[in-house]
Design a protein around this ligand. Structure first.
Ligand code: DON
Length: 290
């Protein structure tokens, strides 16, 4: 076969990932060992399937794939307790959908929560000539065909059907929480299609009902139910297996998702006025002070 050998690269990559993991200290064919092997194979094959091809036609990045930095970063993504769904590893690659949320507060206490969207990746994929921006594909937020799921799986009704001059529904939920004393307590919001209102709900509840700090509240695993499909989605690893079993016993149909697309950006204002800005660790944002 053509060189460089795909088998050889895959083998070298697997060995490079495994080398510091101390397999000799694990029982041969134990669950611990098989788990590490499987997670290593998954990652090496992901690279093989993505980057390798006949080198007469494809530039195979052998040095990068077998470089220590790459091997270390692949190894760092292995969770010793849980399998990484292969889809979860593929998930971050596609261009994300295009919704952005900003939470802002100025020195006088004026607060702004703003969410803006062009809906799907690159919107309608049409650039306005000379203007340099993309048109959105917000029409998908209408019920284009009753009973047929839109790109976010929402099954909507006649009330949101397309009509001339009508505006489509939006999930966007920029939110400012005001305490009983009139004090601004939380500025928050997120992208994420139909997971937007439910993410905002969960971030608020985690703080108000469960006393979590804003950082933990934003980072915490989320769930999603949007009526149809009749599934209770939960983020990968977000629910204990015993909780999953109990929910199933109660008649829920659960579906684990690799990760939710929400990226909550929150500012919590403590009673003493100290401000805590938090950008969702799922990535893509930043908290800044002035
Ligand atoms: O307004 C809406 O409900 C959708 N256009 C939002 C899409 C969205 O959040 C995509 N981002 N992840």
């Amino acid at each position: 076969m053509g060189l460089p050998s795909a088998g050889g690269i895959t083998l070298a990559e697997m060995l490079g990932i495994l080398e510091p993991l101390g397999l000799h200290s694990l029982e041969y064919h134990s669950a611990d060992e098989i788990h590490l092997l499987a997670e290593t194979m998954r990652r090496a094959y992901e690279d093989r399937n993505r980057y390798l091809g006949d080198s007469d036609f494809t530039n195979v990045p052998v040095e990068r794939l077998l470089g220590q930095g790459h091997l270390d970063s692949l190894r760092a993504t292995i969770d010793p307790e849980r399998a990484t769904p292969s889809e979860a590893r593929l998930a971050p690659r596609p261009e994300p959908s295009h919704t952005t949320h900003l939470s802002v507060i100025d020195s006088a206490g004026n607060a702004v929560a703003v969410t803006t969207t062009i809906n799907g990746s690159f919107g309608a994929a049409v650039v306005v000539r000379g203007a340099g921006f993309l048109l959105n594909n917000e029409m998908d937020d209408f019920t284009s065909r009753p009973g047929v799921p839109n790109m976010y799986g929402l099954v909507q009704g006649e009330a949101n059907a397309i009509r001339p001059g009508k505006r489509m529904l939006s999930a966007m939920t920029p939110t400012i929480v005001i305490g009983p004393d009139g004090r601004t307590e939380l500025i928050t919001g997120t992208p994420g299609g139909p997971t937007i209102p439910t993410s905002v709900l969960q971030v608020i509840l985690a703080q108000v009902e469960h006393g979590l700090g804003v950082q933990q509240a934003v980072a915490a695993a989320r769930i999603q139910h949007q009526h149809l499909p009749d599934l209770l989605y939960y983020e990968h690893g977000g629910l204990e297996p015993s909780v999953v079993r109990e929910l199933e016993r109660r008649g829920h149909r659960l579906s684990e998702r690799p990760g939710f697309s929400g990226r909550v950006q929150s500012i919590y204002i403590a009673p003493d006025g100290v401000r805590f800005g938090v950008s969702d660790p799922r990535g893509g944002g930043k908290a800044l002070g002035y």
